[in-house]
Design a protein around this ligand. Structure first.
Ligand SMILES: *Cc1c(COP(=O)(O)O)cnc(C)c1O
Length: 387
C-alpha cells in the first residue's frame, strides 16, 4: 500500500474486505518487485535468485513468483518437492532448486518435473548419479556444502570422497555449489567471515561451477559474500535482514481487522481471560476481530509490566489490554477520536506503522515466523504487480 493511500483515511481498505471477513491481509506486489530490484542491484554482477519456499513465506507463491519472473528473476528456490511441483506449474521455464534434496527413491520425480535437488550428502549424490546413468542423461543438481552450520549439506569429512571420484561427479551436471550463513542477521558476528572463507576453500576442491552463499542478510554483508548468485527470501517480503542495515526494505504485508464492539469499562473490573488486567479508572475498550488463530501470538498479551503491543487506529496507537484470545484482541482507545474508534472501523495490526520486526520482538520470535503465521483466516488481497 502506498503511503498516501495508507494515510488518506482510517478506513481506506474497508470497502475491499469481503463481507463477513473482518480481517484483511493486503500484499503489495509493487513493493515486492521494488525489493527484488534493490537486491538485484546490490548483488550485481551476481545473479539474484529468489527463495519462495513455504508458499513464499505465507504470502502466496502463485502471485509472488510470476511477479518476480516478470522482474527478470530466473532461478527460484523451494524447500520441498511438493513446492517444486506447484512452482513448476506456475513457471514452466524457471530454474527451480529444492533445498531439502533427495529423499530415497524420489530422483525420477525430480527429473520428471525438472526440479533440481540440492544434494546434501554423498548418499544423495550417489542416488542422483545412479538415476542419471540409468536415464542416460547428465541431469543438473546443486550441492550444499556445510560450511559450519551443521544442519544440512555435505560434511567436510565426505568432501574428499566426492572430490576424488571423477566418475561420480561426471555422471551428472553439477550446476551449483552453495552453503548457508548461520549469523547473517548479526553482521558483526565472526561466524560470517569464517563461513565465507570455509565455503570458498571447500568449493575450490570441486569443479568450477557457479557458487551461492548469501541469503538476504548475506546480500547486505557485501560483495565478498555474493559469489555468483545470491538467494534472498525475507527481504523480498519486506523483512529487514538485520537491525543496522543501511537500507529499509519496503513494507509488503499489511494485516488489518475490524472493531467489533466498543464499551466503557468501569474502574475495578478486569479485561479478558485470566482476569489479568485490572482497570483502575474507567477505560474505553475496543474489541478487534483478530487473535492467535490469525497469527497474532498469544505471547503478545499484555502483562507483567512489559510495554504492551499497540495496534493503530489511523495514526493513533492503541495499547493491547489483557490477553490475546483465539479470535479477539482488546485495546484501550480512551484517548482516540470516535472517527477512528468506531464500530466496523479497520485497525492496522501489521503494516507500514507496525513493521513485522516490532511484532516479532514483542512476541519473542523472528520476523520469518510472523510472516508464515499470517494469512490463515483473514481474506487476502493483492495490490500492484500489474496482476
Ligand atoms: C530460507 C533460505 C534462504 C533465504 O533466507 P532469507 O534469510 O529469508 O533471505 C536462503 N538459503 C537457504 C538454504 C534457506 O533455507
Amino acid at each position: 500500500m502506498s503511503e498516501e493511500a495508507e494515510a488518506a483515511s482510517p478506513k481506506t481498505s474497508s470497502s475491499d474486505a469481503p463481507a463477513g471477513a473482518p480481517g484483511l491481509v493486503t500484499i503489495d506486489l509493487d513493493a515486492l518487485a521494488s525489493n527484488y530490484r534493490h537486491l538485484r542491484e546490490r548483488a550485481a554482477p551476481a545473479e539474484c535468485a529468489a527463495v519462495v519456499k513455504a508458499d513464499a513465506y505465507g504470502l502466496g507463491a502463485a502471485k509472488v513468483a510470476p511477479v518476480l519472473w516478470r522482474e527478470g528473476c530466473r532461478t527460484f528456490y523451494v524447500a520441498t518437492l511438493a513446492e517444486g511441483r506447484s512452482l513448476r506449474a506456475l513457471l514452466p521455464e524457471a530454474t527451480i532448486y529444492a533445498f531439502d534434496g533427495l529423499m530415497p527413491r524420489t530422483a525420477d520425480l525430480f527429473a520428471d518435473l525438472e526440479v533440481r535437488p540440492v544434494l546434501n550428502s554423498i548418499d544423495e549424490i550417489r542416488e542422483w548419479a545412479a538415476h542419471c546413468r540409468m536415464a542416460g542423461k547428465r541431469l543438473p543438481a546443486g550441492l550444499h556444502l556445510d560450511s559450519g552450520m551443521n544442519r544440512l549439506g555435505l560434511p567436510e569429512a565426505e568432501l574428499d570422497a566426492v572430490a576424488s571420484d571423477r566418475a561420480l561427479l561426471e555422471s551428472f551436471e553439477l550446476s551449483l555449489v552453495m552453503s548457508h550463513l548461520a549469523c547473517s542477521d548479526t553482521p558483526e558476528h565472526p561466524k560470517n567471515q569464517a563461513q565465507r572463507d570455509r565455503f570458498d576453500a571447500l568449493r575450490r576442491r570441486l569443479p568450477d561451477v557457479p557458487a551461492s552463499l548469501a541469503n538476504s542478510g548475506g546480500v547486505m554483508l557485501g560483495e565478498s559474500y555474493h559469489f555468483n548468485q545470491v538467494r534472498p527470501g525475507i527481504a523480498l517480503y519486506g523483512g529487514q535482514p538485520a537491525a543496522g542495515n543501511d537500507h529499509r526494505f519496503e513494507n509488503v504485508v499489511t494485516l488489518e481487522s475490524r472493531i467489533l464492539q466498543l464499551r466503557t469499562s468501569p474502574a475495578g473490573d478486569t479485561i479478558g481471560y485470566g482476569a489479568t488486567r485490572h482497570i483502575d479508572a474507567p477505560r474505553r475498550i475496543a474489541t478487534i476481530a483478530a487473535g492467535y488463530a490469525d497469527g497474532i501470538s498469544w505471547l503478545l498479551s499484555a502483562g507483567d509490566g512489559k510495554p504492551p503491543l499497540s495496534v493503530y487506529l489511523g495514526p493513533h496507537p492503541a495499547p493491547v489490554m489483557g490477553r490475546i484470545s483465539m479470535d479477539l484482541i482488546t485495546v484501550d482507545v480512551t484517548d482516540i477520536p470516535d472517527e477512528y474508534a468506531s464500530r466496523g472501523a479497520m485497525v492496522q495490526i501489521i503494516g507500514p506503522r507496525q513493521p513485522i520486526e516490532a511484532i516479532a520482538e514483542q512476541a519473542q520470535t523472528v520476523n520469518y515466523e510472523i510472516l508464515t503465521n499470517l494469512c490463515r483466516r483473514a481474506a487476502r488481497r493483492y495490490v500492484g504487480g500489474d496482476a
